[in-house]
Design a protein around this ligand. Sequence first.
Ligand code: 9YT
Length: 128
Amino acid sequence: MIIRNINSLHGTERQVDSNNWSSTRLLLKDDNMGFSFHQTIVHPGTETKIWYKNHLEAVYCIEGTGEIEEEDGAKHNIFPGTIYALDKHDKHKLRAFSKMKMICIFNPPLLGPETHDSQGVYPLLMEK
Ligand code: 9YT
């Protein structure tokens, strides 16, 4: 059994920061769960262009408000209790109107250090 508290992960290599967000990775590939599990803080007033072409991601909002915009321009409000699942590797833009706290699940699991490239893509890392 794995038992871990997020407070022990801040400031370690399991916390990855970008200009727009900070992701703390509670479960990673080497935990052997078949997915990775992150808490992501999205900073208020930011817009992030994202395309997980190598991964599926589900995102559950537990704090804050924002919106997701699909490639065709459709916009959806996000607030606590909303989940979105990028089941078609959907390109999207994520806007945070306030500080958003999100629970993010990735399949396949991230190895740990992944961060967005210029297209908002995470590489498919196979080994450390
Ligand atoms: C919501 C979202 O995708 N934000 C980017 C960070 C990502 N969730 C991660 O690596 O945890």
